[in-house]
Each structure stands twice: as structure tokens, then as C-alpha cells.
Write a protein that binds this ligand. Structure first.
Ligand code: THU
Length: 139
């Protein structure tokens, strides 16, 4: 299967963003995971009147993939993430928060794709997003 263009992943993240529930921060986020087998899965942030319970779009996408059974046939360690695209404010890079970086790391995320003006930028996960990280193989 050919890999989707980064712009397609950004579009999928933008699609997911429409379903964001962010009445407290008004900061709507969408994420699209590209799994190593080519599937694309979406997530959005969702907040709570108990503010600290907000869940980011990236972690919602990962949880949705697991809950939806998407992880079932992609190896012992669960599924593997080739890339994640994240969108927040139009045209502004929305870097994953620290907690999401660690969660994405668990599933071997290789690249992060973000908007920057009217272009997309890609960041290498292990060298630019979460270098010297802690992961399952350390246990
Ligand atoms: N948020 C995300 O969805 N992803 C991130 O990586 C950064 C922050 C959400 C959480 C909260 O609902 C809102 O953005 C403001 O922090």
C-alpha cells in the first residue's frame, strides 16, 4: 500500500478536529494516526467540567485505536504508529504535549506532522520530539 501524503494526514486531523469537545479552553485539536499497515485513525480532544480531566486528541486517537480493535493484528507489542498529524489553530504548529509524546512513544511513533502556515513540516520522533526516551524495552 502506498503511503498517504502528509497533507492527507493533516486533512484527516482537521476532519477529526470538527468533533472536538473543548468548551472550556476553546482550543480544538485534531489528530490522525498513520499505522504501520497504512490505516489512518482519527482523534480529537475532549474536556470536562473538572478541567484536569481533559484528554488530548493524540491520546484519544491511540485509545480509540485500541478500543476499536485496530491493534489486534499488528504484532505482539500492539500496533505501531508510522506518523501522527496534529492540528490546532489554523496554520500554526500544534506540538504534542509531553504526556502525549510519551504515549506515542509507547507505540513506536516515527514522525510528527504539523502545519506551519500553508505548508506542512515533519519532525523525526526520536531525535526531535522525544530524544533519550523511556520505553517498554527498558523494563
Ligand atoms: N491538547 C491536545 O489535544 N493535544 C496536545 O498535544 C496539547 C493540548 C488539548 C488539551 C486541552 O483540551 C486543550 O488542548 C488546551 O490545552
Amino acid at each position: 500500500m502506498s503511503q498517504p501524503a502528509d497533507t492527507e494526514l493533516i486533512e484527516r486531523a482537521r476532519h477529526a478536529q470538527q468533533r472536538s469537545y473543548a468548551p472550556y479552553s476553546q482550543f480544538r485539536v485534531g489528530a490522525a494516526l498513520l499505522l504501520s499497515d497504512g490505516r489512518i485513525l482519527e482523534g480529537c480532544n475532549f474536556e470536562n467540567a473538572s478541567y484536569g480531566l481533559a484528554i488530548c486528541a493524540e491520546r484519544n486517537a491511540v485509545g480509540g485505536a485500541l478500543a476499536g480493535g485496530e491493534a489486534h493484528d499488528v504484532g505482539e507489542a500492539g500496533f505501531s504508529i508510522a506518523a501522527v498529524a496534529v492540528v490546532g489553530k489554523q496554520g500554526e504548529p500544534c506540538f504534542p504535549c509531553g504526556a502525549c509524546r510519551q504515549v506515542l512513544r509507547e507505540f513506536g511513533c516515527e514522525r510528527v506532522i504539523l502545519e506551519d502556515g500553508d505548508t506542512t513540516r515533519t519532525y523525526d520522533f526520536n531525535t526531535e520530539i522525544l530524544p533519550h526516551s523511556f520505553g517498554p524495552e527498558a523494563l
